[in-house]
Design a binder for this molecule. Structure first.
Ligand code: ATP
Ligand code: MG
Length: 391
């Protein structure tokens, strides 16, 4: 009898080549996630991957595998031969390992993939339920409707039993949905936006704007820290860092004060678009959420859309801040996001920013600036970092 890790994955609707491609991608990602461990066995059997290694490391390995997108469940399983005596022994061991000290209910769930195997599921279930009651009847009784302990037994080439399932994030493996360039600030929202698109299979790269010397190098370090946490999920990527300060100064000296913020954002998007096209990204990704701040009105977003050709994906558009914070906490970016550092958007903060900008006004203001050369200069002074979580 051996302990293994099992991983189940799959958008159940995927068929044919799509499904094969999807599975191969996930398998590659799982292998990568555990590359630092010595693996004794790694094989696929009927929609699940099984991994055998030193059991001492299973907890750590499960934590790493959990971060691969496209996974539904991860379990520690016991594997035995397709033999009734072995299956009974395995069942006893699974319950024994739980070290139950109070009264609980259970139910046996049989998945008989090998249809030739006898006894059939109902009899096998009854038989194993009997084994549990005989050995642990002081504490355990059956509840078929709402059991506390789920005892799963899968009958395949081998028989696998397990009592605990850790939930994965689901979604699609990175690389199956094109490439998105994430505008990453130091705030709560944008790392979550990157995570959410990554979960949908999008490969993520990052662009960040700072306003040095108004914003400090420490503020940029904080953004790099956020990028590193994000890379635990989406893999390594490059982060391009651009100084927006010269452009902000130019806007502040030539354009109406109330438009400073929206014009700054338009420059961010235009620069990001240029970089995205050059580096083969399919879309920009932002952490904007409708109505959250003055610049995130539907009118503001629409004006930006009119001036940018590439798709702008805003996965948090309809989420409440509390929902976004929940995700930030789950993925581990929240604590870093709330560290207080200067933000480039606050350099020239208008007293009354325009909340319903009109495209004619914005175009007129842009015509007062040498947009192309401002963008060219900003990009030529870019810094590029390779982001990889060393964990
Ligand atoms: P966040 O928590 O992500 O900072 P926010 O609520 O502070 O969001 P804004 O500052 O208006 O909202 O920014 C909206 C979006 O614009 C951000 O989610 C991010 O995608 C992008 N953005 C804002 N500032 C920057 C920046 N300095 N560098 C890169 N992208 C930025
Ligand atoms: Mg922000």
């Amino acid at each position: 009898m051996d302990y293994l890790i099992s991983v189940s994955f799959g958008e159940l609707t995927l068929k044919g080549d799509n499904r094969k491609d999807f599975e191969n991608r996930i398998i590659r990602k799982i292998k990568k996630a555990i590359e630092s461990f010595e693996i004794d066995e790694f094989y696929k059997e009927q929609g699940k991957v099984y991994i055998k290694a030193n059991r001492e490391f299973y907890k750590e390995m499960i934590e790493k595998i959990k971060k691969v997108f496209g996974i539904f469940y991860i379990c520690e399983v016991l594997r035995c031969k397709k033999d009734i005596c072995d299956i009974e022994q395995m069942t006893k061991k699974l319950i024994f390992d739980l070290d139950i000290k109070e009264k609980k209910t259970f139910k046996v769930f049989i998945n008989r993939v090998d249809k030739k195997f006898t006894p059939k599921s109902p009899e096998l279930s009854k038989m194993l339920g009997g084994v549990v009651l005989k050995n642990f009847g002081n504490f355990l009784k059956v509840d078929v409707h709402n059991p506390q302990i789920h005892l799963f037994v899968d009958v395949k080439e081998y028989v696998y039993g397990y009592v605990k399932r850790y939930k994965g994030f689901g979604g699609l493996p990175i690389g199956s949905s094109g490439r998105g360039l994430l505008l990453l600030s130091g705030g709560i929202d944008s790392p979550v936006a990157g995570f959410v698109m990554g979960k949908r299979g999008m490969e993520i790269g990052v662009i960040h704007f700072h306003s040095y010397p108004f914003t400090s190098e420490r503020a940029e370090e904080k953004v790099k820290d956020l990028a590193k946490i994000l890379s635990e999920y989406v893999g390594k990527f490059t982060m391009t860092s651009i100084n927006l300060f010269p452009i902000q100064k130019e806007i502040a000296s030539k354009c109406p004060e109330k438009e400073i913020t929206i014009l700054g954002r338009i420059f961010m998007m235009k620069i990001a678009e240029k970089l995205a096209v050059k580096q083969n990204y399919n879309a920009l990704v932002t952490g904007e959420s409708l109505g959250q701040v003055a610049s995130q009105t539907i009118q503001g977003l629409t004006v930006v859309d009119k001036l940018i050709d590439i798709s702008i994906l805003r996965p948090l558009i309809a989420m409440d801040k509390t929902e976004i914070i929940d995700i930030a906490r789950t993925i581990g970016t929240y604590e870093t996001s709330i560290l207080p550092f200067e933000d480039c958007c606050t350099v020239f903060l208008p007293k009354h920013p325009v909340t319903k900008p009109k495209i004619e006004d914005i175009t007129k203001s842009l015509s007062l600036l040498d947009v192309d050369s401002l963008i060219k200069d900003a990009i030529s002074n870019k810094k590029v970092y390779n982001i990889k979580n060393e964990q």
